[in-house]
Structure formats: C-alpha cells, structure tokens
Design a protein around this ligand. Structure first.
Ligand code: SF4
Length: 448
C-alpha cells in the first residue's frame, strides 16, 4: 500500500472540512476534484518544475496553484490519479516538506539584508516535531522571520520566531498566534535555546490535544523549564508591508526575480513555457513563495529577460498591477460550489475599476460563502450566496453585508464604487480611507 492509500481517510472525511489541510499523501476534496499540495523547503530546478507541470496535466486538470503561504498545489485529481501523482512526485527528488509546516524566507541564506540564516533552526524544528505526528492540529504552523527583503510578518503563525541581533548575537522574539503585528509576545529566547523552546511548546500543544492552537496556550500553564529560557519583553510594534516585485540583489552577485500568479493560479501550459524559458536562459532554481509568488534565481541579465517574458505571459510583476491587490477563488465554472465567475469579475475590476486600486485596498471575490481564497477580512468582499451577492465592507464573506446585490450586477457595483471614489476622494486620501470616511450607508446608497 502506498503512503497515499494508507493515509486516505474514509470518503466522508475527504470533504471540504474546515481545519483540514491537503498534502501530497492526503489530497483534499474541493469543488474541482481532489487537490494535492507539494510543500517545499527549498528551490527546485527548472527541469523539476517542468516535470510538475507535465504531471498536473497527466493526473489533474492542468491547473496549478501557489497558495498564500507559498505552497504548490495540483488541482482536479481523482483518488486514483492523486495516488499516481504522489508516486511520480516522490521520484523527482524534490526537497519536500512533510509534517509540521515550518516556514522561512524564500531568500534565506542568500539575502544580504537578513539578520540570520534561519534554515538550520527551521530544519531542527521540523525534525524535532516528527515525534508529535498525528498529535498536532493539521493547520498548525511555525514561522521563522529572519528579516531581509522578503518578510513573512503577515503570515498567521501559531509559533513565530523573529530574529534579533543584540551585540552581535542572535536572539528570537517569540510570539504566539496571529501575525507579527497581532501575535502575543511571550519573550525573547537565545539562538541556542530556540529549537528546544519550540519543541517544548509543540509538546505542550500535543498535550492539549490535536485541535489545540497556540492561541489556546495559557502562559502560566507552560512548564517552568520552558519559561526559564524565555526573557519577558514588551510587545514590539510591527508594520506589515507587502513584498515588492521585480529584482533582488543577493549574495555572491546573484539575483532573484519575484513575480506572482494572478488569483494564485496558472495553467500548466503557461507555467511550462515560463519555466522552459527560465531553464534555457540559465535560471538555476525556482521557488514557490508566499503571496502566490514564484521566485527565480539567476544572474541579473537573466532575471531581466525572464521578467519581460513573465509580463507577456500575464504574471504579476509590479505592485501597480491591480491584480496584486485581489484574491479570487476558482469560482464558476471551475468549482461546483461557485455561483459567479470570480476570475472574470476580477479581471473586469482590474480593467474597468482600476481607480479602486492604489495599494491601500484589498478586493476579495468569492464564488460562495466559504471564502477559500481569503479567509481573513478584506477591505471589500464580494461573496456569492444563493440568491444574491453580498458586498461586505472591511470583513469576511460571512459578515453582515453593506449591500445585497442582485445576480449579475456585481460588475456594475464595481464601476459605481470606482466612480464614487473618483468623485469623493480628498487630496492625499487613499481608497481605503475614503471608503472608511464615507461609511457603509453612503457606499450602499451609491450602488442603487
Ligand atoms: S469559495 Fe470558491 S473555491 Fe471555495 S468552495 Fe466556494 S466557490 Fe469553490
């Protein structure tokens, strides 16, 4: 029996359960078939990524995702084809991450601006977590924030270790739950103790049960042997800013190019073309990265040439692209639960309502209430329900809408919102601040 067959739960459990997490050995049922996740700890060669594109067409529907946390996903699988995919992927000798999700910068070890290289600590945490297999919540994650040009401050993490340099020595600020801005600060640990303290926290979570998350931890109940290694400090104020696109200068005269997938998805054909070109140009490695990004590692002229091709192929290559400020799930017709064509509406917003997007506002378009593409609040959310599309301001798909839109009037609402901003925006005011000032009633009135 393969690892996949052994891991498959009864079919009723393969539903789109909240709290579940897809993996290569545990595909998850979605609206367009089963989905398998290929999580990586390092970059892969162009040949390896090309092979994954081929496999996604051979076994799935030829659609690939890069998720908000930077994981590659193959969509449109059956139970049988997911098993074949797993066997084929395991033969590619990829740097697969299995078990606990421990995440660090995709530029780790190469970024001259990072405080420290987090990989040794990350690998130690992954190794030490193996003893807790099956005892921890499936979505539990550890984030190592080591500073540098691509930050992970915005990622939710059960346990976050943020590197500090104090008089030449490395320490880690330890926070529980939330983002870097909202997590609960426990204190500071030395680099020497960081892996052991993290293991002790994982052990505590395992004792609390397989649904426990770090937000459930009561610091007073943590073992004294753990707390004595943590020096209490005041919470820090962390400003979270989006990662830039384009070129990054790295160590040893290498460069990286960061681009992103519109709506976090790409066809195997498009990705294959880009990756084949990357290989021919001399790109050494490619790495899926947080915020639906793909990073190519190569000398500067190669990165520039690949950037031009990525633009032509429709990848997001600059923060000025409205698609960079949007999340949309597959929606209709790709997902059986989808009630609106989310990607078409998103492209309409980018083309016809681009005045909304000045970098301050995030638009979430969801084919149903589940909100797969953006589970957290967004500035504006369109969520298609049974008989109407809910327009939610500063909330999630399930929050009270400021307006219930009749079917097929979503595009008109976007146009009206863009016109409202054109009329009402005060000098220097951002889109989000303007909508905030106007308030739900004024916005709803403009949509009549
Ligand atoms: S949110 Fe989108 S992808 Fe998720 S189930 Fe609903 S329609 Fe399908």
């Amino acid at each position: 029996m393969t690892a996949l067959a052994a891991a498959l739960p009864p079919s009723s459990a393969l539903s789109m359960a909240r709290g579940a997490c897809p993996a290569l050995s545990a595909p998850m049922l979605t609206g367009d078939g089963y989905l398998s996740r290929v999580a990586l700890t390092d970059g892969v060669t162009p040949a390896q990524l090309s092979a994954l594109c081929t496999l996604s067409k051979a076994h799935g529907n030829g659609i690939l995702d890069i998720t908000a946390r930077g994981n590659l996903q193959v969509r449109g699988l059956t139970v049988a084809s997911a098993e074949l995919l797993e066997q084929a992927v395991r033969s590619l000798a990829l740097p697969l991450r299995e078990g606990l999700a421990v995440e660090w910068s995709p530029l780790a070890g190469l970024d001259p601006a990072e405080t420290t290289d987090p990989r040794t600590l990350g690998e130690a945490i992954i190794a030490s977590a193996r003893v807790f297999e099956g005892q921890l919540a499936p979505k539990l994650s550890v984030v190592l924030e080591s500073g540098g040009q691509i930050r992970l401050d915005h990622l939710l993490a059960d346990i976050r270790l943020s590197a500090l340099s104090i008089k030449g020595d490395t320490f880690w600020r330890l926070t529980l739950g939330g983002t870097a801005a909202t997590g609960r600060t426990l204190g500071v640990v030395s680099d020497r103790d960081a892996a052991e303290v993290t293991q002790a926290l994982l052990s505590h979570l395992a004792e609390l049960g397989p649904r426990a998350r770090a937000r459930d931890i009561e610091p007073a109940h943590l073992p004294a042997s753990l707390l004595e290694k943590v020096t209490p400090v005041e919470p820090s104020v962390t400003a979270i800013s989006p990662a830039p696109f384009g070129l990054f200068a790295l160590e040893r005269e290498h460069h990286a190019l960061r681009l992103a997938l519109a709506f976090g998805q790409v066809t195997a054909e498009t990705l294959h073309r880009l990756v084949d070109k990357a290989g021919a140009l001399g790109v050494t490695h490619l790495r899926p990265a947080p915020n639906h990004a793909l990073i190519a590692f190569a000398p500067e002229p190669v990165c520039r040439e690949l950037l031009a091709m990525a633009e032509d192929e429709g990848f997001i290559t600059s923060t000025g692209d409205p698609l960079a400020d949007m999340s949309a799930c597959p929606g209709a017709p790709a997902c059986q639960s989808g009630r609106i064509e989310t990607h078409a509406l998103g492209r309409f917003a980018a083309d016809q309502a681009s005045g909304l997007f000045d970098g301050s506002l995030h638009l979430h378009i969801s084919g149903c209430a589940k909100g797969c593409a953006h589970p957290t609040p967004a500035s504006l959310t369109f969520a298609a329900m049974e008989d109407a599309t809910h327009l939610v301001f500063a909330g999630k798909t399930t929050d009270t809408p400021l307006k219930r839109l009749a079917p097929r009037t979503e595009a008109a609402a976007l146009t009206a919102l863009s016109a409202l901003l054109r009329l009402e925006r005060q000098p220097g005011e951002t889109s989000r601040d303007c909508l905030q000032r106007l308030g739900p009633e004024r916005i709803a009135a403009a949509l009549v």
